[in-house]
Design a protein around this ligand. Sequence first.
Ligand code: MC0
Length: 143
Amino acid sequence: MFLRIDHVGIACNDLEEKIAFYESTFGLTVVSREVNEEQGVREAMLHVADGDGGASYVQLLEPLHPDTAVGKFLARRGEGVHHIGYGVADVAKAMEEIAGQGVRLVDERPRHGSMGAAIAFLHPKDTGGVLTELVQAPRDNGH
Ligand code: MC0
């Protein structure tokens, strides 16, 4: 079902500071920056590697307000890994298959994600405490 680890989402208090750290320490490059009002985040994607299943990224996430998913996560746990995003060929099909196994979907329909992707989250309480995201990137269409 999964084509790759599309990205690891990391919650942070200061996006610009964390971008500078990832660039200078690991030599990563920012390939996209977006504000996603629906998700309540300002985010940047930094390219890590290319594999057979497509590219993988680190996604740095700063909350737009304290009362958002990432804002609440930061208040409760502090900075760190917030979610893992897996690449899928067809997000609607993956949602249906996974829901059929009793895992709760946070999203009833795919939403707009970074770099034009269609995304959906699975509830962390049903996935061993790991917030899990399905990512259908435009490049996955037709795979
Ligand atoms: C919350 N919980 C988590 C968690 N966030 N556990 C693991 N990883 C996380 N990231 C746990 C809390 O510790 C708590 O556990 C319980 O879930 C309820 O948390 P809450 O914050 O009090 O309650 P809710 O229900 O309001 O929110 C939880 C939920 C929410 C997962 C439904 O955060 C959500 O809808 N997340 C999906 C959207 C999202 O995260 N968007 C930001 C990234 P206890 O044990 O205390 O009950 S957007 C993004 O990444 C896009 C742009 C992209 O990739 O392209």
